[in-house]
Design a protein around this ligand. Structure first.
Ligand code: KE4
Length: 437
């Protein structure tokens, strides 16, 4: 007897490739049948049979205020009553632009898009137009959306399906993308020594979230900034995931680095389709209609998304918001680590602000992964066992060992207690399995 999810998945696969509209949702990395959801509220998400799950995916980051936050829903409802899209400027876009520029000092000007992919794709084009150079640098295991130049040795679900470099990207395109090992300052120096004045830009996840969560060293960032400045290359921070997630000023505030351009997405739309790229005025003035680098979008700056973002920023900027959020993450990570140690499970964790990563390292390994190779050396089978054990107990984690976890302000102490209670049962089961071997 197939379950309702299996039936829904079968039906979806008839007309949707893989049954999903984004690959990571298909559970390719963890196996099994994805859970079809139909509503969410606060820290919970509900499948089509109204089974509740404590949600640590949060739509891959946007739901930092929890699902269906009353203030955001009210803003969207009011906006919808006023019409869905105008294709004309609105004051709401200006408010969001003013807000982000006030919160992120490196951003003098900003352009809205409808996704993170559009934001990074446009930032790359702008950097190429500004410098007159073709080559770009990215890092193995980092994911910046699905534009051609960036689907080279990328992260996220490309790793689950075993295609870190996408088919369909012409070799003539890919040859302009230089890929370096993440968190390796010497590799940056060597690359710039060879290619320096031919590099248009470097795009980097300042804290990686698509090879699971990896926090690089300060030296990595200092080297990157210095080498880009010296060579006249544009430094692009892809903060689609980390922006307003690891702190109000993002990863660039944490590392005290001033990138030339920053890409945003996810959180700034409060769950509606939004991306953005912004930065130095002299670079941003290269964008049409001011400059010769073309970029456009029918639904860019959509009024519903803008008014949702405005409502959301009101809460994000309340004093103590990120302190409370990171305390929740600390409770969860410290609790998981203590339980893993109790049952002899080789778990390592990473965390910053409202973001965290879980690594099942090889037995005897004491360090938390610091780069893509060390992430790949983790025990993915153990992750998958943990994922499914938690899912069976009503805890919804990211369905991939290459993804990060996200906390919301609506996760309660009781949610965290329940999560740790479930984790203890799974770790005990994993210990038993190992002893049984
Ligand atoms: P979107 O085009 O999916 O809005 O953003 C692309 C993107 C760009 N940069 C970073 C750092 C990102 O993490 C993303 C998208 N993240 C994935 C999660 N790993 C979105 C989930 C999905 O692909 O379904």
């Amino acid at each position: 007897m197939s379950t309702k999810n299996e039936q829904l998945f079968l039906q979806a696969k008839k007309h949707i490739p893989g049954g999903v509209n984004s690959p990571v949702r298909a559970f390719a990395g963890v196996g099994g049948t994805p859970i079809f959801m139909h509503k969410a509220l606060g820290s919970k998400i509900y499948d089509t049979e109204d089974n509740a799950y404590i949600d640590y995916v949060g739509s891959w980051g946007p739901m930092i205020l929890g699902h269906a936050h009353p203030k955001v829903i009210a803003a969207v409802k009011a906006a919808a009553e006023d019409g869905l899209s105008f294709g004309a400027p609105t004051p709401f876009e200006t408010t969001v632009a003013d807000t982000i520029c006030a919160l992120v000092p490196s951003v003098d000007m900003i352009r809205m898009t409808s996704s993170g992919t559009e934001a990074t794709m446009s930032a790359i084009r702008l950097a190429r137009g500004f410098t007159g150079r073709d080559n770009i640098v990215k890092f193995e295991g980092c994911y910046h959306g699905h534009s051609d130049s960036l689907l080279v040795k990328a992260g996220s679900a490309m790793l689950d399906i075993g295609e870190p470099t996408s088919k369909g990207v012409p070799a003539d395109f890919a040859k302009h993308t230089l890929t370096l090992p993440y968190n390796n300052p010497q590799a940056i120096k060597d690359c710039f020594a060879k290619w320096g004045d031919a590099i248009a830009c470097v795009i980097v996840e300042p804290i990686a979230g698509n090879m699971n969560m990896v926090i690089p060293t300060q030296d990595f960032h200092d080297t990157l900034r210095a080498q880009c400045t010296k060579a006249g290359a544009v430094l692009i921070f892809d903060e689609v995931m980390t922006g307003f997630r690891v702190g109000l000023g993002g990863a660039q505030e944490y590392f005290d680095i001033k990138p030339d351009l920053t890409c945003f997405g996810k959180i700034i739309g409060a769950g509606l389709p939004v991306g953005a790229f912004g930065g130095r005025r002299d670079i941003m003035q290269g964008i049409a209609p001011l400059g010769g680098v073309y970029q456009a979008g029918t639904l860019s700056g959509n009024p519903l998304a803008m008014r949702a973002g405005i409502a959301m920023f009101e809460d994000l900027t309340v004093a103590g918001f990120y302190g409370d959020l990171s305390s929740k993450v600390d409770s969860l990570m410290d609790g998981l680590q203590a339980l893993a140690d109790k049952y002899g499970i080789s778990l390592r964790t990473n965390k910053l602000g409202g973001m965290f990563g879980l690594f099942f390292v090889q037995d005897g390994e004491t360090d938390t992964p610091q780069d893509f190779d060390e992430v790949n050396a983790c025990d993915m089978d153990k992750f998958n066992t943990f994922f499914h054990g938690m899912l069976e107990r009503g805890i919804y984690l990211a369905p991939s060992a290459y993804e990060a976890g996200f906390m919301s302000s609506k996760h309660s102490d009781e949610d965290i207690r329940q999560t740790l209670h479930a984790a203890e049962a799974v770790f005990a089961q994993m210990q038993g399995d190992r002893q049984g071997k």
